[in-house]
Design a protein around this ligand. Sequence first.
Ligand code: CTP
Length: 398
Amino acid sequence: MLSGKRIILGVTGGIAAYKAAFLLRAYQKAGAEVRVTMTPAATRFVGVETFSSLSKHEVAVEVFPENHAATESWTQHISWGEWSDLFVVAPCTANTLAKIAHGISDNMLTATVLAARCPLLICPTMDGEMYEAPAVQTNLETIHDLGYYLLEPDEGYLASGLEGKGRLPDVFKILDKSNQVIQKEKSDGPLSGKKVLVTAGPTREHIDPVRFISNPSSGKMGFAMAEAARNLGGEVTLIHGHVTIPKPYGISTVEIESAADLFEEVKKESDADVVIMAAAVSDFTPQEKKQQKIKKEGANTDLHLIRTQDILAWLGEHKKKGQQLIGFAMETEDLLKNARSKLEKKKADWIVANSISDPDAGFQSDTNRVHLINNRTNKEYKGSKKEVANRVLQKILG
Ligand code: CTP
């Protein structure tokens, strides 16, 4: 379950902070990628370098950029919050527990807790008397009511020399609980048990072995849709053209070249419960593809094109009962008019329309601004492509 997962490990200022280094290694051995955020107090117990060497990533401690490496920004807590699949605070002191329970965000760890979209697992670790204190017990209840996950501390010998409940549980218990949390989130998702097909990226229509007709689609929006569907519990197949972005984990991917290849692969998966056609499919292909490179001397400069299959329209014609069919529309003018006409002509349930003329939207951008439309709805969403993908999918799923 943890293989390929992205985990933020939050370390707070208690003596058990040293055990977080072993926890980090155990997550890595299970195949997870880990980034660490520490409270300033935690750095008094274990050096930042320990965690940055083990995680091979800068450790987030400071909120203010003058204290950061040049590459870091003011919004690091937001990007980490978006990046992660699970946020584990281990050990979590009574102080950080209280801050989380009350939404206080006065350091990088607590700010990232508020920004995170992933489940949060808290491992309260403190002296037994502190753990039993009414204020701590009330905060634990609040944490539970807020929907965060808790792993109770173990009983035994404590750093104070006393016996009691407050020890950080064994690494394998934390790993086990992390697995359970991820499993539970997946089976609770609205797409749990559902098949989702997503297409993304450009197609290439070859003229000869070294030349082709294509478009600048980066695949980012389609990949973001696939990841959003996976995060909501869907069993996702992503069919994509040539892209340079990394393949998302936990998603089965198929790479295609041309519109015809895409059509063949889409047909195989067309029984999916949700189909998202985010691919930028070429509408035309050369009538003839030359097997050898066309030499310029004496070449015929006319290029004869024929129409490709409109895959979304084919899906609209062959829709299975209850299937949600979502198309995209890329427009340079008359955005809503053209998108509505595509909705109707292609028999889609929804169209995600974006104007490639917008400076913060379109092919290569990391951000997007879209209108999600159907016969009754027209909602605008803007933000990072991941954010937009999440919100669009959640609206579609009601
Ligand atoms: N699409 C498709 N097959 C094609 C062309 C487009 O399935 N041969 C899908 C796209 O994946 C997208 C939707 O149709 O979901 C709209 O694509 P877009 O390029 O905006 O519009 P076109 O249908 O190509 O129409 P036009 O070029 O006239 O805008």
